[in-house]
Ligand binder design. Structure first.
Ligand SMILES: NC(=O)c1ccc[n+]([C@@H]2O[C@H](COP(=O)([O-])OP(=O)(O)OC[C@H]3O[C@@H](n4cnc5c(N)ncnc54)[C@H](OP(=O)(O)O)[C@@H]3O)[C@@H](O)[C@H]2O)c1
Length: 327
């Protein structure tokens, strides 16, 4: 059985599948390329796959289900997420059942609450229900995403036997949440699963103020602004210099560094060519000198502190649900 926390296992880099929802990431890729990319990744040792019920409103889960049905279930680690607006005691089972159906499986390795639900949600009831479905064998591990330390403590206090095992947060070389959350997670052995580990492609060095990526997701990402290209230009040049020296791509270097600092990156991808980079990064080790050079460049550029949460929690779930349907 593949575990989330294997010390010597293969889960050092996972595969993110937001792009499989086929919405918001531009038009320069197709469903068949995503399917081939995912197959290639799994066939080459990337057996941790992360999806969510909201990616393409079920589309990503369905495509993941189609691909993983060709593999032996026990060799995979499949994680999905319960949308914050469905994260109530009354809705958990329905969402979970639908996710399992789309994924064509009868249990999940990791079920994550995608973001902190509205303020009117009873967190205690929600996590007791999650503990219940875990005891029934429908999920192996309970995780959260975009949760503050306070909410994780509340969730843990609600469950009798189980604990939150991971928090999936935005974390990459240039964007991180506040250090209190990171220290809390470390102190409580909560695994950091890093979303946008490539800063949505920013760290590849292929974009600039003049050449920005397409698609609504990155149009609203402040990283792709002229001031940020200016600020992080020296870092991107240093990543390019080190990767050229070692005949790697900057993406491989970035992922190897993230692996080195003990987090679990789940990069998104659009085709086999990109997944090949992710596969090679999975077995790549950096020298002390390379780590030192990246650390020094990071010290000079600093990082952007990101906030936890997507929208005000004062909005009731039905309004949030409607909002997501419209985008
Ligand atoms: N929990 C949450 O709230 C949350 C939020 C966001 C994402 N996620 C999860 O985290 C995953 C990763 O985050 P993300 O997709 O936002 O960003 P990301 O992994 O930082 O960036 C993905 C993008 O980087 C580019 N890329 C990938 N491999 C590359 C390569 N080898 N060379 C050059 N460019 C490459 C591709 O876009 P281009 O080719 O178009 O540049 C790809 O779409 C998602 O798929 C999803 O599973 C979770």
């Amino acid at each position: 059985m593949v575990g989330l926390f294997d010390e010597n296992g293969t889960n050092k880099i996972g595969l993110g599948t937001w792009q499989l929802g086929l919405k918001g990431w531009g038009r320069d890729y197709e469903e068949s390329e995503l399917v081939e990319g995912l197959k290639f990744g799994i066939n080459n040792g990337l057996n941790f796959v992360d999806t969510a019920e909201i990616y393409g409103m079920g589309k990503s889960e369905s495509l993941v289900g189609e691909v993983v049905s060709e593999f032996e279930r026990k060799q995979l680690f499949i994680a999905t997420k319960l949308a914050g607006f469905n994260a109530t005691k009354g809705r958990v089972r329905k969402s979970l059942t639908n996710s399992l159906k789309r994924l064509r499986m009868d249990y999940l390795d990791l079920y994550q609450v995608h973001w902190e639900p509205s303020l009117y949600t009873n967190l205690t009831d929600l996590f007791r229900e999650l503990e219940e479905v875990a005891k029934e064998g429908l999920i192996n591990h309970i995780g959260v995403s975009n949760f503050s330390a306070k909410s994780i403590e509340k969730a843990n206090g609600s469950m009798k036997e189980l604990k939150i095992e991971s928090n999936q947060i935005k974390f990459n070389l240039v964007e991180r949440p506040n250090s209190e959350l990171l220290s809390f997670m470390k102190a409580n052995a909560i695994k950091l699963i890093a979303w946008s580990p490539l800063a949505q492609g920013f760290l590849s060095g292929k974009y600039s103020s003049e050449s920005k990526p397409s698609g609504s997701v990155r149009k609203i990402n402040r990283l792709f602004s002229p001031s940020s290209f200016e600020r992080f230009g020296p870092l991107l040049s240093e990543l390019r210099r080190i990767s050229d020296e070692r005949k790697l791509s900057p993406i491989q270097l970035v992922l190897a560094y993230e692996k080195h600092i003990g987090i679990l990156p789940i990069p998104g991808f659009k085709n086999v060519k990109q997944v090949k980079d992710l596969v090679s990064a999975n077995s790549l080790e950096l020298s002390e000198q390379e780590v030192f050079s990246i650390d020094s460049a990071l010290q000079k550029s600093g990082v952007l502190e990101t906030s936890i949460g997507f929208y005000p929690r004062i909005l009731p779930n039905f309004i949030a649900r409607l909002g997501f349907l419209l985008i």
